[in-house]
Design a protein around this ligand. Structure first.
Ligand SMILES: Nc1ncnc2c1ncn2[C@@H]1O[C@H](COP(=O)(O)OP(=O)(O)O)[C@@H](O)[C@H]1O
Ligand SMILES: Cc1ncc(COP(=O)(O)OP(=O)(O)O)c(N)n1
Length: 267
């Protein structure tokens, strides 16, 4: 049996909704083979002062090579990279192994408040990783920060943002409009010439932890299967919308996107 192979290079979100936990659950749901390289462990709780445990560069490198050597990778995504050093090291390895389907989700601050990218690492992700990415998937806050804008408030702003972000070198830019509360859930894709909008109704919920990771992981899975970027984003948008519609509350603040919801709906 052949199966498409995916890798996430990301942080571990101990609470299970985001990070590599969301990615691996999504890979499984999209019926691809999932692998992971852990960059940092995020484990915020009321008893632990230091909730972020960065992995040594040597450990990150070993995990990436293990995935490439033992299995092979058809598409990969990056999530939490946290430091300049990790970004530089991961970029150098990806250039060496020569993988083409790279999805970069430039996560900066999680919905639970964790810092996922140090402020001094934003320029490194722009300068090193974006030029080798097939697709970058910032949310509106991340897109504004990367561009040095105050904020992105409207869909017109999103159109301007994808154009400017594309000049940083990725093949495609997808700006996600989940935070624009006055609009439906609109995302804008740009390939340097053509804009494509992806829309769904806005689900009335606060339980969207992991939505961005889940979306980028589903896109990665569909690219690994050989779909075009446009089709991969469309399929992933349907998947993440169901994951948000049937989100899991746990009744303790912001709950999790439900990675099994799309499967349950299509049974
Ligand atoms: N309340 C919502 N209802 C429906 N879709 C949403 C909602 N919030 C976010 N989305 C969608 O979820 C995906 C992830 O977007 P977003 O939440 O902006 O990313 P992030 O988790 O990185 O902040 C996008 O397709 C966005 O449009
Ligand atoms: C370890 C870790 N990585 C990434 C995220 C961000 O997840 P994302 O789905 O982009 O957004 P939030 O759900 O946090 O808003 C994370 N939280 N943890």
């Amino acid at each position: 049996m052949t199966i498409a192979r995916t890798l996430t290079i990301a942080g571990s979100a101990a609470q299970g909704s985001a990070g590599l936990q969301a990615d691996l659950k999504t890979f499984q749901e999209r019926e691809v083979y999932g692998m992971s390289a852990v960059t940092a462990i995020v484990a915020n709780n009321s008893r632990t002062e230091q909730g972020i445990f960065t992995q040594p560069l040597e450990a990150i490198e070993a995990q990436i090579y293990a995935a490439f050597e033992h299995v092979g990778v058809d598409a990969l995504k990056t999530g939490m990279l946290f430091t300049k050093e990790i970004i530089e090291h991961v970029t150098a390895i990806l250039k060496e192994v020569g993988v083409s389907n790279i999805v970069v989700d430039p996560v900066m601050i999680g919905k639970m408040g964790s810092q996922l990218l140090k402020d001094d690492a934003i320029n490194t992700i722009k300068g090193h990783l974006f030029p080798i990415a097939e697709l970058i998937t910032p949310n509106t806050m991340e897109a504004a920060k990367i561009l040095g804008w105050d904020s992105i408030e409207t869909i017109e702003d999103m159109y301007q943002a994808v154009k400017e972000l594309h000049q940083l070198g990725p093949g495609y830019v997808l700006v996600k409009g989940g935070a624009l509360a006055d609009y439906p859930a609109v995302d804008v894709l740009y390939d340097g010439e053509k804009f494509t909008e992806y829309r769904s109704e806005r689900v009335d919920t606060i339980h969207t932890s992991g939505a961005g990771c889940t979306y980028a992981a589903a896109i990665t899975a569909e690219l690994a299967k050989g779909n075009s970027i446009e089709d991969a984003v469309g399929l992933a948008k349907e998947f993440v919308t169901e994951a948000i519609r049937y989100a899991l509350s746990f009744e303790r603040g912001i709950g999790s996107t439900n990675h099994a919801a799309y499967r349950d709906k299509n049974k």
